[in-house]
Design a protein around this ligand. Structure first.
Ligand SMILES: Nc1ncnc2c1ncn2[C@@H]1O[C@H](COP(=O)(O)OP(=O)(O)O)[C@@H](O)[C@H]1O
Ligand SMILES: [Mg+2]
Length: 245
């Protein structure tokens, strides 16, 4: 059974007189363990699709299933469980709270869950260590580089131990060195902890490292398969393991 399945999903936005088909009859499945990208030009529906999978929004028609369960029928409490335990989100602009330290930002999702203080601290330490930020735990975001901020966001998504991470253009604000380090880190989490990743991106530095690409245009899937030009991988990306699979 796929971890995520979309069946004939549509989503329409109305802006005054104008109707935009953000998603138009999209069907897609994502298996557990995937490292996959949604790509396509700006406005093609990538963010809308991630938001539907993350249960931040609902489709107009069609069904989104997580673990084979249609999310449209879930009560708010079950949706909260899905949002926190199944699908972690990472955003292009990091969305960190500026007045909190890295540690406190990572700890935020845990406040909604009944954990002892010791358990909570251990989870946060583990998450920070897994993104290589132990030394920066007490720094606020403005004292961290863009790459470090995005790693705090990854740690915050990881702290609930989700099976799926949805990442909306996670490398778009990063220089190449930081983008490469982030992609490496996410691949490692995918391979060693079997965290499933679904990205939206048009960043070649990330596209060349994924195993599957789904291309959207005007809210429709126009292409699906292995990434193009994998053999020409450049940017010094260390994604060789993706090529020998
Ligand atoms: N909240 C919204 N209100 C109105 N239109 C929206 C909204 N969100 C997205 N859209 C429109 O839906 C289409 C798809 O947007 P989006 O999913 O953000 O695409 P992408 O992430 O690929 O750039 C675009 O035409 C966009 O303008
Ligand atoms: Mg977007």
């Amino acid at each position: 059974m796929p971890l995520v399945e979309l069946k004939s999903v549509t989503k329409t936005y109305r802006l005054g007189e104008v109707t935009v088909n953000a998603l138009d009859d999209v069907s897609l499945s994502v298996d557990e363990g995937a490292f996959a990208a949604l790509t396509g030009p700006s406005g093609s529906g990538k963010t809308t699709l991630l938001n539907l999978i993350g249960c931040l929004d609902r489709p107009d028609t069609g069904t989104v299933l997580i673990d084979g369960r249609p999310t449209g029928k879930l009560a708010e409490k079950q949706l909260d469980h899905l949002r926190s335990r199944v699908a972690g989100m990472i955003f292009q602009s990091f969305n960190l709270v500026p007045v909190l330290t890295a540690r406190e930002n990572v700890e935020l999702p845990l406040h909604l869950h009944p954990l002892s203080r010791a358990e909570r601290a251990a989870r946060v330490d583990d998450a920070l260590a897994s993104v290589g930020l132990t030394r920066w735990a007490d720094f606020q975001p403005d004292r961290l580089s863009g790459g470090q901020r995005q790693r705090v966001a990854v740690a915050r998504a990881l702290v609930m131990k989700p099976r799926l991470i949805l990442a909306d253009e996670p490398t778009a604000s990063l220089d190449t060195a930081n983008a490469v380090a982030l992609v490496d880190l996410m691949r490692q989490l995918n391979e060693e902890q079997r965290v499933t990743f679904l990205f939206s991106t048009h960043d070649d530095r990330l596209l060349q490292c994924v195993r599957e690409v789904v291309e959207l245009r005007d809210g429709r899937i126009v292409n699906m398969g292995a990434p193009k030009h994998r053999a020409e991988a450049s940017h010094g990306l260390r994604c060789v393991s993706a090529e020998v699979r």
